[in-house]
Ligand binder design. Sequence first.
Ligand SMILES: Cc1cc2nc3c(=O)[nH]c(=O)nc-3n(C[C@H](O)[C@H](O)[C@H](O)COP(=O)(O)OP(=O)(O)OC[C@H]3O[C@@H](n4cnc5c(N)ncnc54)[C@H](O)[C@@H]3O)c2cc1C
Length: 455
Amino acid sequence: MSQFDVVILGGGSGGYACALRSSQLGLSVALIEENKLGGTCLHRGCIPTKALLHAGEVADSSRHSADFGVNTQFIGIDMLAVNAYKDGVVSKLHKGLQGLVKSRNVTYIEGHGRLVSKNEVEVNGVKYTGKNIVLATGSYPKTLPGLDIDGTQIITSEQAIAMDRVPKSVIVLGGGVIGCEFASVWKSFGSEVTIIEGLPHLIALEDESSSKGLERAFRKRGINFELGTRFKSASKDAKGVTVTLEDGKTFTAEVLLVAVGRGPVSANLGYEEAGLNMDRGYVLVDNKCRTNVPGIWAVGDLIPTLQLAHVGFGEGILVAEEIGGLNPRPINYDGVPRVTYSEPEVASVGLTTAQAKERGHDVVELNYDLAGNGKAQILKTAGAIKLVAAKNGPILGIHMVGARVGELLAEAQLIFNWEAEASDVAALIHAHPTLSEAVGEAHLALAGKPLHAHG
Ligand SMILES: Cc1cc2nc3c(=O)[nH]c(=O)nc-3n(C[C@H](O)[C@H](O)[C@H](O)COP(=O)(O)OP(=O)(O)OC[C@H]3O[C@@H](n4cnc5c(N)ncnc54)[C@H](O)[C@@H]3O)c2cc1C
């Protein structure tokens, strides 16, 4: 059969979520993938990086175990074993996902697809017709002009994930989420790390307080960074890569990781020919992920929304439900949780202080230092939870720095998305001693009845 209700191009987070939900709704679905089902997140992104970060956490725990009265000796990192662990996690999830897609009766087509008309995608000379076409071709790692990725000395996250050794030294170009996560991994593994970031802060899209908190923690860990200074050029020799900045400073390291953002995969796929509205390669959509061409939809990193796997899942599900006639609510992108999984973690939902002010809110803020939290002391982590709220109104943003704070987002996103006020949360008893207690304490303090808070 080559006629379907839904033909999906790209089997990453956005594409496969759309396929699974569409078939659940009784629609016939074809899912086209040229590489591996699961896409960037499963094979080259979220999952392998988090496995590397966890290995880094284990390394740091063994290094610092004497701080907890446990004597161990850190001997070193065996990258072959680290990769076997990481690849094992990926492979298990990959097999599970393949089974899931099969069990839901999705027709899985392997090969390179191209949009050849408003309702057809061609793969290996065969045309697949869809009443609806969903484009989910994802993104690729960008580089800068004059910076050639050779895959060994100058690399992107794709090679960084698969490295078979720990480099002695690394320059990370780009202090966004991906750059900071790799900087954290390599520092834990024993490399000398320098981050170069053109903006004034690391993870500059986060609230400034979180950026500063991460910078403080990275400085303490011995991760070097240069902020507000732009890359000029790079040269290579047998010793490594030398990076020159516009301010004249130079840095040399064994490896240069280029982490300057990701661009949409949309070239030569027939998108322009189909008449799709596009901007810098991104496919433009409305709040239901509809393109300007009726029957063609686009989701995930291909569209200019937050480049996160769970955003792809959400958009894929939204499209399936819209096609299925359920008239779902559009996504509120402010309410999407965001995590940088470095050590320490940075997690947030909602608006930064600057955004809340820009949108005209009369803003109140509260900063709760994790120094007052028992579990944080047990874990020996530092950090804070910052609340941004409307005066006499709901919580507008929650911004957290510290070990494991990503796990606190589950509650934070309910608070934000259900438009809770500080007094609503203050009335809830949090388990002691947990890190989540700090979320409760922050709201107690903002509601005017601080418990374990000084000042
Ligand atoms: C290093 C790194 C770490 C990350 N960590 C996280 C994280 O911790 N949490 C998080 O939420 N997000 C994370 N992300 C982002 C996340 O991976 C992406 O947002 C997500 O994968 C986007 O999903 P997608 O479906 O839009 O695209 P992709 O996952 O890129 O999938 C697109 C798929 O389409 C296929 N394809 C493309 N063109 C064609 C064609 N012509 N024919 C057939 N198939 C085609 C590709 O092979 C690919 O499998 C990370 C990304 C990176 C790079």
